[in-house]
Structures are given as C-alpha cells and as structure tokens.
Design a binder for this molecule. Structure first.
Ligand code: NAP
Ligand code: GDD
Length: 333
C-alpha cells in the first residue's frame, strides 16, 4: 500500500486527487493551512476520525512558505509520492500580491523539492509539480506543447516558470523522480467561485431563480482550453506512475472564448447572457493571456491519458450542480 503527501489538498484538484488516491488504496496525507474558519469543505466527505482503524486520510498543519515544516512532515510521513498542488493560484490576484504569490508558488515548490531530496537519501520518492499553461503566456506557437517556449505574463506565471525549472533541475542534479504536469485550465463544481467559469455558472443559476440581476466580468475575448478537473487528477497520478520522470501537457485540444462559455451556460438555462452581463474594468488584468490551446499527444501516447468531457458538457455539469445551490439558497430566503 502506497503513501502520498498532497499539498493543496483543500483545493479543487487536491480534493479530487485525494478521492482518487483513496480509491486506489493509498494512505493520503494532506497539508492544510491554519485558518480562522474551517477550510476543509471540499474534503469533509472523505475525512474519517484518524483514530478509526481503517482511516487512510490524515491532515497536517503546514504552509508552503515554511520549508522546515515541510521537511519534517516529509521525513515523518515517508511518502512514496508527493503531489505539490498548493498555490496562490489566482492570476489576477497575483498582480495584487506578487511577493506572496512568488513565495508560495515559487519558493514553496523549492521547499517541497528540498524536503523530497532529504527523504530521497534514505527512501525513493516521486514528486509531481503542478505546472501551468499560464507559463506559455504570450504564446510563441499554437497549439502549445512540452517544447513551446515559456513567455509568462503575470507574477503567478513567472513563479510557475521558476518552479518548473527547479523541478527539472532537481531531476537532473540529484537524479530525482520529479515531473511537471503542464495543465491547461480545468474546472468543476468544486472550482473556486472567483475563477471565470464558476463565477459564470454561479451567477447564471442565481439569475435564473431570481437571486441576482447582473454579472460583472472583464475580458470576454480571451480563449481558454477548458477541461474537467477529475480527468486531470487522473493524469497527475499517471505522470507519477510512468517508468521515468518527464514533463507532460494535459489539455483538451479545443479552445473557447469566455463568450462561448457564456453561451453554453446561459443557453442551458434558456437565458440570453447579453441581457445580464456587464463589463467591469476591475476584472481586466495588467497583462492578459489571449489564447491557450494545448496539444496533449505526448500524454496520450506515453500515459494513455485523454480527456473525457467537452467544454459544453462541463458547463452543463457545473450548471446542474450550481442550480441545486441556487434553489436551496432561494428556498432559505
Ligand atoms: P485552488 O483550488 O486554488 O487550491 C489551492 C490550494 O493551495 C488550496 O488547498 C490552498 O489552501 C492551498 N494553498 C494556498 N496557499 C498555500 C500555502 N501558502 N501553503 C500551503 N497551501 C496553500 O487550486 P487548484 O485549481 O486546485 O489548482 C491546484 C494547483 O494546480 C495549483 O498549484 C494551481 O496553480 C495549479 N494549476 C491549476 C490549474 C487549473 O486550471 N485549476 C491549471 C494549471 C495549474 P486553502 O484552501 O487554505 O486556500
Ligand atoms: N477570474 C476572472 N473573473 N476571469 C475573468 C473575468 C472575471 O470576472 N472576466 C473575464 N475573465 C477572463 C480572464 O481575463 C482570463 O482571460 C480568463 O477569463 C480565465 O480567467 P480565470 O478563470 O481566472 O483563469 P486563468 O486562465 O487566469 O487561470 C487559471 O488557469 C491557469 C491555467 O492556465 C487558474 O486556475 C490558474 O491557477 C491556472 O494555472
């Protein structure tokens, strides 16, 4: 039975990955930040009292900016696999808090690699680094592959480029099993509510039941390659099961504008989004990433990984989930 350590376990991907690893029989250890209110709502349904004999999910307080804490944790838990998913992951917010973003995303990844290096002296461990399509930024070619040069356009993306290169550097310098997943945007009903897809599905369903009148957005012309988060955590796992460490793009190979996502979402609800959406310049970014479109053929060939859900199906799935929330909210008024 394998043991995994997951940073960012309370986030969208961390919660799906924890479910997947538990299904596969792993012992799962998650790093959670102390906060003044509980931040474990995405994993509460899989958490059991750790005193129970069959408990396999364990949570530990920690923070990516605290390298000593991470090293102690890694040496204590002795994980076979480490998934570094923790991050200040909001691109727009990274312009407001650049130094904090670089600390968590960049130095945080270095802290994880250093902790893994210490463990590696006595026990082999494998590291997954959550790299991002945002690293392609002002894209140099389309579609983007593992060989496309990076051109980051935000403090977040710059920090992810640093973390990517450190992961490759630790692989080469210390002969470590350290791999990057270069993941394009992936969404789900568990997506944070300030990312554009979830912001749209939450608003459209609240508008449908009469709880909201307007939806304020920024740039509607950007194009994103949107997939389903559950597919992508399966890809993360496959990256660490591969016979050698490597870097892989996970994407759908299709791209849509925000307008198209609005069409899908409001269309499912028989609404015309043009009547409800207004532009608020607050949501524009100092620098925008105009187009992301991934080529996942390497992951398909080497890992047997492919996405299973189209963007339209994803929008429908998210609307279905958020409609229940909206109806419950309306009923409680
Ligand atoms: P998310 O929902 O924003 O989750 C981020 C997680 O990181 C949360 O568990 C958060 O804890 C934790 N975290 C934040 N700051 C931390 C710190 N200083 N120390 C320890 N943990 C910290 O992000 P996600 O969508 O699941 O993404 C997972 C990872 O993949 C991130 O690294 C992200 O940058 C990367 N990525 C995401 C996508 C995507 O489209 N979703 C695409 C490419 C790459 P709290 O719950 O306490 O806030
Ligand atoms: N968040 C947000 N809010 N984005 C908006 C809005 C709005 O009101 N209006 C338009 N957008 C546009 C953004 O300008 C961007 O072009 C696009 O919608 C997607 O924004 P996000 O959903 O915030 O995602 P992101 O592409 O910036 O970043 C996500 O994907 C990356 C992978 O490419 C995050 O999950 C990152 O952590 C991840 O690395």
């Amino acid at each position: 039975m394998k043991t995994a350590l997951v940073t960012g376990i309370t986030g969208q991907d961390g919660s799906y990955l924890a479910e997947l690893l538990l299904e596969k029989g792993y012992h799962v250890h998650g790093v959670v930040r102390r906060s003044s209110t509980f931040n474990t709502s995405r994993i509460d349904h899989i958490y059991r009292d750790p005193h129970e004999a069959d408990a396999r999910l364990f949570l530990h307080y920690g923070d990516l900016t605290d390298g000593q804490n991470l090293t102690n944790l890694v040496l204590d838990v002795q994980p076979d696999e480490i998934y570094n998913l923790g991050a200040q992951s909001h691109v727009r917010v990274s312009f407001d808090v650049p130094a904090y973003t670089v600390q968590t995303v960049g130095i945080g990844a270095l802290n994880v690699l250093e902790a893994a290096r210490q463990l590696n002296k006595t026990k082999p461990t494998r590291v997954y680094q959550a790299s991002s399509s945002e690293m392609f930024g002002e894209v140099k070619e389309t579609p983007q592959t593992e060989r496309t040069p990076f051109s980051p356009q935000s403090p977040y993306a710059c920090a992810k480029v640093y973390a990517f290169h450190q992961t490759v550097n630790y692989r080469k310098s210390y002969d470590m099993f350290a791999s990057n997943g270069i993941l394009f945007n992936h969404e789900s009903p568990r997506r944070g509510e300030t990312f554009v897809t979830r912001k749209i599905t939450r608003a459209a369903t609240r508008i449908k039941v009469g709880l909201q009148e307007k939806l304020y957005l920024g740039n509607l012309d950007a194009k994103r390659d949107w997939g389903y988060a559950k597919d992508y955590v399966e890809g993360m796992w496959r990256i660490l099961q591969h016979d050698e460490p490597d870097d892989f793009v996970l994407a759908t190979g299709e791209t849509q504008t925000i307008r198209t996502f609005l069409d899908y979402t409001f269309g499912t609800l028989d609404l015309d989004w043009n009547q409800y959406v207004e532009i608020d310049p607050r949501y524009f970014r100092p620098a925008e990433v105009d187009l992301l479109l991934g080529d996942y053929s390497k992951a398909k060939a080497k890992l047997g990984w492919s996405p299973t859900i189209s963007c339209k199906e994803l929008a429908e799935l998210m609307v279905q989930h958020d409609m229940v929330l909206a109806k419950n909210e309306a009923a409680s008024k």
